[in-house]
Design a protein around this ligand. Structure first.
Ligand SMILES: Nc1ncnc2c1ncn2[C@@H]1O[C@H](COP(=O)(O)OP(=O)(O)OP(=O)(O)O)[C@@H](O)[C@H]1O
Length: 337
């Protein structure tokens, strides 16, 4: 049985549909990500689960209980925002202890200490938020949410305000803590790389709809439609008629064809023995070569379209800007959309 159920949820403002009949389920302990561009409705969905927004239609269940009409407090969820939202006039310890004190919980000291240890803030108990870095403040916000032992942890772009290096290290720590506590987590981000590294499952959202759900590798290797292919990775997506014209074939049928940049091979134009049985071949000129990390990213111009081709640096020969090449697209790697 699923642990969290979103059942046909709809929400709109004035004439605008923000959530268009969203249904999804999560298993206990899963880390899922709502991924999408600004305005797609991901924050609204998260805030609806938290009880910070009302839905117009539909139901939300957590651990078998219908929470659709409960107040945020009664829902037993914890939330962390991009902006940290700490109490500025309270120490780290008091920020984390606040919710427990309100609830008149037992063993407050021990619980807060354990959380401070978990988020690696030992020694900072008496510091105030303004004395902490952004990353440390976000650790406090995380500890403050987790100390309440919520059933579901909701994270709204929690790492987006941090610089790249801190962000990477907090991604790892967040995953470690999530696994250690086995806490069901819904993470919101617009950053596909972040979604790919963090998630058990990703829900790709667009204009109030879930376009596709799946593991990071499922979404990357088998995008369900043109939107997902264009949004994820660095896919080459072409209108199928244009592609067929380029490769002088009518083999492919459909609307669009998508090809991942790393499956395309480049061969010098002078090369004679090219395999045109298993590949589509297109003549092109290398327009640009950029190096990102250990990946060589080529931009190859053809008579109609530009092809993006990624080579791992050690994959062999390099092609210079201006080089005449054959672009070999393996037929079995063409994804028809
Ligand atoms: N209180 C509100 N009143 C009117 N429109 C709203 C309100 N809150 C959100 N919206 C609209 O709903 C749409 C979805 O907003 P939402 O914040 O969920 O998107 P998002 O995908 O999380 O984007 P972002 O990353 O920019 O927050 C947007 O078009 C937004 O303008």
């Amino acid at each position: 049985m699923s642990f969290v159920t979103i059942d046909q949820v709809k929400k709109g403002y004035d004439n605008q549909v923000v959530l268009n009949n969203i249904s999804l389920t999560l298993q206990k302990g899963e880390f899922v990500t709502l991924l999408g561009q600004s305005g797609c409705g991901k924050s609204t969905l998260l805030r609806s689960i938290a009880g910070l927004e009302d839905v117009d239609v539909g139901k939300i269940l957590i651990d078998g209980k219908d929470i659709t009409n409960l107040s945020p407090r009664q829902r037993e969820v914890g939330m962390v925002f991009q902006s940290y939202a700490l109490f500025p006039n309270m120490t780290v310890f008091d920020n984390i202890a606040y919710g427990l004190k309100m609830k008149k919980a037992k063993d407050i000291n021990a619980k807060v200490k354990k959380m401070i240890e978990m988020v690696d803030l030992n020694g900072k108990e008496k510091s105030y938020p303004h004395q902490l870095s952004g990353g440390q403040q976000q650790r406090v916000a995380l500890a403050r949410a987790l100390v309440m032992e919520p059933k579901v942890l909701l994270l709204d772009e929690p790492l987006s305000a941090l610089d790249a290096k801190i962000r990477k290290s907090l991604q790892k720590e967040l995953k470690r803590i999530q696994k250690e506590l086995d806490i069901t987590t819904i993470f919101v981000t617009h950053d596909q790389e972040e979604a790919m590294t963090m998630s058990d499952r990703i829900f790709v959202m667009n204009k109030g709809n879930v376009e596709q759900s799946g593991t990071p590798s499922e979404i990357y290797t088998t995008p369900a439609n043109t939107f997902v292919a264009k949004f994820i990775g660095n896919y080459n997506v072409y209108n199928i008629e244009v592609f067929n014209k380029l490769v002088r074939s009518t083999e492919l049928k459909g609307n669009d064809v998508a090809v991942r940049p790393e499956v395309i091979k480049l061969v010098s134009a002078g090369e004679e023995s090219i395999d045109l049985k298993d590949n589509f071949g297109i003549k092109g000129i290398v327009k640009d070569v950029t190096m990102t990390g250990n990946v060589l990213r080529y931009e190859v111009e053809t008579e109609e379209e530009v092809f993006h081709v990624d080579y791992l640096h050690h994959r062999g020969e390099m092609f210079e800007q201006g080089a005449f090449v054959h672009i070999l697209v393996p037929k079995k790697e063409c994804i028809i959309l």
